[in-house]
Design a binder for this molecule. Structure first.
Ligand code: PLP
Length: 382
């Protein structure tokens, strides 16, 4: 990972706010995923961080991709389109899943020529796919427990397990090809039982589908949710992988092809943000610092991702609890009210925040005219 010293040099050189992406770390995360889950092909969920350089690095490492919009699709397509045709020929089949269960008609029509894998979870979608993307392969998204995950998704997506095979049959009856099923246990899932229960549900749906004659359903997409080590309470990934592998071996024969859609896991630890103190005040006896990026910018994850980021300073010494505010005029722009920071930081001093690669810059705005950070890549191969 980029050291504090390197970060300081980069901030001096490029100015702040500065978002440093460490591609070595991305490759390490991908390699860890592959090593611990050898049966699973990782489809990186582009929404976590759609930086084209990240897409390229992961493609080179062997990843496939999960996209949820035509612009995301194009980011992947354009960035691997430069690769030799031999590598590209099967692009769509093994390199992409369009995993947004609800798609507009135009998107479906644009996707159709690529014969993509697309997810769905309702009857209305079957009608749309039949009309606008009849060449797609279908993956049924089912609802599974999201208990304790930092971001829950189960109230918005997923057919109930009880209606799953009926929804598959509706698609078959419409002349479409259902190839598999998918779920998402919720993002930053630290309750590994969610996966165990989801795999049980998936197993019973496969069995019911096969019993009803649909033997061609054999892709299992276990979604995302793999946690980043934001704090020491998150159990090591190897533990989760051990649990998953045991369940895979118990429930699924080699005829089942297992894929996953990790987003956060691949990129969260791979970025650091450096900001600068642009104002300071003492309010109600508490030290407050104003910095040049906030919750409308790279710290958008505070609001959208329910994630709390912490700050470190390059200066050392005794500390005090301080608030850190973003640069906009909105009172909502509070990044943290409890940071342990050295006493006596000055205007122009840098602060930095680690593990800030996922769901941060991806959802940043330039509200109030505040610029987005400059992005610098470390360790990217051209
Ligand atoms: C957001 C999302 C992901 C990625 O989730 P992470 O928790 O970041 O791994 C994967 N699949 C789908 C369908 C998603 O919506």
């Amino acid at each position: 990972m980029v050291t504090p010293r390197q970060l300081k040099q980069l901030a001096d050189q490029h100015g702040t706010p500065l978002f440093v992406v460490d591609h070595h770390e991305i490759r390490r995360n991908f390699a860890m995923f592959r090593k611990h889950l050898p049966r699973v092909q990782a489809y990186y969920a582009v929404k976590a961080n759609p930086d084209p350089a990240i897409v390229k690095t992961l493609f080179r490492a062997g990843a496939s991709f999960d996209v949820a919009s035509m612009p995301e699709f194009n980011i992947v397509h354009e960035n691997i389109a430069k690769w030799p045709a031999k590598k590209r020929q099967d692009f769509i089949w093994d390199k992409i899943v369009y995993a947004n269960p609800v798609k507009d008609n135009r998107t479906l029509a644009e996707l159709d020529p690529y014969k993509p894998l697309v997810t769905y979870d309702n009857l209305a979608e079957v009608g749309k796919i039949k009309k606008y993307a009849p060449h797609a392969g279908l993956v049924l998204r089912v609802n599974v427990p999201n208990t304790g995950s930092m971001v829950e998704l189960s109230s918005k997506f997923g057919a109930s397990p009880g209606e799953a095979v009926d929804l598959m049959e509706a698609a078959f009856n419409a002349g479409l090809a259902v190839e598999g099923l998918s779920f998402h246990v919720g993002s930053q899932c630290t309750n590994y039982q969610n996966y165990v229960q989801a795999l049980e549900i998936a197993d019973s749906i496969f069995k019911e589908a096969w019993d009803r004659g649909h033997k061609q359903v054999r892709i299992l997409d276990i979604g995302g949710g793999f946690p980043a080590p934001y704090d020491p309470h998150v159990q090591p990934f190897a533990e989760l992988a051990k649990t998953l592998n045991a369940e895979f071996d118990r429930l699924f024969g080699p005829e089942i092809e297992i894929i996953a859609e990790p987003g956060r896991f691949m990129v969260a630890t791979a970025a650091i943000l450096a900001v600068e103190i642009i104002g300071k005040a003492v309010r109600n006896g508490k030290q407050c610092y104003y910095v040049n990026d906030g919750v409308y910018g790279t710290f958008s994850g505070v609001l959208f991702d329910h994630c709390q980021y912490h700050f470190k300073a390059f200066k050392k010494g005794p500390t005090q609890i301080a608030s850190v505010f973003g640069p906009t005029c909105d009172a909502l722009d509070v990044v943290s009210v409890a940071e342990d920071l050295p006493i006596g930081l000055q205007l122009g001093d840098y602060l930095y925040s680690e593990n800030i690669g996922a769901y941060t810059i991806a959802s940043a705005t330039n509200f109030n005219g505040m610029p987005l950070p400059k992005v610098v890549a470390v360790g990217a191969t051209l």
